[in-house]
Design a protein around this ligand. Structure first.
Ligand SMILES: Cc1cc2nc3c(=O)[nH]c(=O)nc-3n(C[C@H](O)[C@H](O)[C@H](O)COP(=O)(O)OP(=O)(O)OC[C@H]3O[C@@H](n4cnc5c(N)ncnc54)[C@H](O)[C@@H]3O)c2cc1C
Length: 397
């Protein structure tokens, strides 16, 4: 029997980050996961500026920054034309590296229990966790961060409601420019030309020396197009986005093409004493909208910086205490934003009506305008800097 104040079940992004934040704050906690090192897994592969800003509040941003590749700038393109060059804010990092980097920041005082939780019996005072193999953990609070896994769900009578089955499909692969060439862009986000492409966007960003591609499409998993993408990624990609080729030049696809269907679900029955659900264990969001990691980071930041320290100050772990987390306005706003963005992005990407085309045109013009303004500001700043250097040189002569 292991006794602790907080047992964190699941050591992916959410659970590992929670263990690092609580452990660093001196909270008596333990992390339970069957795998000592998080394995290679196609999941979130970059963090954007708003996500990094939340990570900053957990104290873990610097460690993640050191392990990631900063994009420097990101070009936005549509219809084969670069319409905006945005200052960079993306950190490229493979998911396993992200999780393992965070795990290395967990203080040694936090035990890692290498096991799978089998069942949880919740209570208003203590929680009883039984591990596969029969060992038990007794805790004041369980943070359930077991992601997509359905383990322990029945013992807690949790119900998953699929709100959008096969909402989108995430495709990941690595591209390499042909010998002697370099990609002309530091990072690139490309929007499909027409709704018939059934795609949200393609994003290209560096991870180390590699250029990683994430393509998000709206297709049935049985669609033969996905098989074509697996066997002939280049031909299939260019058929989907014909004007993309001149921007990319000659390149090849390295390694496997990973394809993952995404269901959007929410969990019911989560309001109970002693157990709090975070990240994908609570609800998933669409990767095309880039809000999955945002939700996980927001959950952990709100839970571990604000709620858990307060909950531990008074006896008991009744449902009313836990409810404060689910009612947290910052968490609720983030969950609502993620749910809305998933639906809106899909509707926008597939809308073949006249109104849809008009809306896309307005956005295109807006982006061209923003890009031109940014370029004008950059060249004005460059002229001022050049004048300053000239003045300084003249003064020193
Ligand atoms: C293909 C794909 C692409 C994505 N791309 C993006 C993106 O570009 N941007 C973005 O913001 N989001 C993206 N997401 C979403 C994001 O990756 C997830 O929201 C996030 O990884 C969820 O983290 P988590 O900690 O909740 O779960 P996970 O990282 O899945 O962690 C769950 C952990 O629980 C452990 N576990 C499971 N069962 C048990 C048990 N019984 N006992 C103990 N441990 C257990 C597992 O071993 C695992 O370590 C993507 C998701 C997918 C699938």
């Amino acid at each position: 029997m292991h006794t602790t104040d907080v047992a964190i079940v699941g050591g992916g992004l959410g659970g590992s980050l929670a263990a690092a934040v609580l452990g660093r704050a001196g909270v008596n906690c333990a992390l339970v996961d069957p795998r000592e090192t998080y394995p290679e897994d196609f999941r979130c592969e970059k963090l954007d500026g708003p996500q990094t800003a939340i990570l900053q509040k957990t104290g873990l941003a610097d460690a993640v920054r050191r392990a990631s590749t900063f994009d420097g700038a990101c070009w936005i393109a549509r219809l084969g034309r670069v319409i905006e060059k945005k200052p960079g804010d993306q950190l490229g990092i493979f998911y396993a590296d992200l999780v393992n980097t965070i795990r290395r920041e967990i203080p040694a005082s936090v035990p890692f229990i290498r096991a799978k939780a089998q069942s949880i019996v919740p209570g208003a005072e203590r929680q009883a966790i039984t591990l596969v193999g029969g060992e038990r953990i007794d805790a004041r609070l369980v943070v359930l961060a077991n992601g997509l896994s359905v383990s322990v769900r029945d013992s807690l009578r949790l119900k998953r409601e699929i709100v959008s089955r096969r909402h989108s499909v995430a495709i990941g692969f690595t591209i390499k420019p042909s010998a002697g060439r370099q990609f002309s862009f530091p990072a690139l986000t490309y929007y499909p030309e027409w709704p018939t492409a059934k795609a949200a966007l393609l994003t290209l960003f560096p991870i180390g020396a590699a250029m990683r591609a994430n393509l998000f499409v709206y297709r049935e998993f049985e669609d033969p197009w996905l098989q074509q993408m697996r066997t002939d990624p280049l031909g299939t990609l260019f058929a989907l986005m014909p004007n993309l080729r001149p921007l990319l030049g000659d390149f090849s696809v390295e390694g496997r093409v990973e394809i993952r269907p995404i269901d959007l679900y929410v969990t019911h029955g989560h309001r109970q004493p002693g157990v709090v659900l975070i990240g994908d264990a609570f609800a998933t969001s669409c990767p095309a909208a880039g809000t999955g990691a945002l939700k996980v980071l927001t959950d952990v930041e709100r839970l571990c910086n604000h709620h858990v320290p307060q909950w531990l100050q008074t006896p008991g772990m009744a449902e009313a205490k836990i409810a404060a987390f689910y009612g947290d306005p910052v968490k609720q706003a983030c969950d609502d934003f993620a749910a809305r963005k998933a639906v809106c992005l899909k509707a926008f990407s597939l809308d073949a009506t006249l109104a849809g085309h008009a809306y896309r045109l307005v956005r295109f013009v807006g982006q061209v305008g923003r890009g031109a303004l940014r370029a004008a500001r950059r060249s004005a700043a460059g002229a001022v800097a050049a004048q300053g250097v000239e003045n300084a040189l003249a003064g020193s002569q």
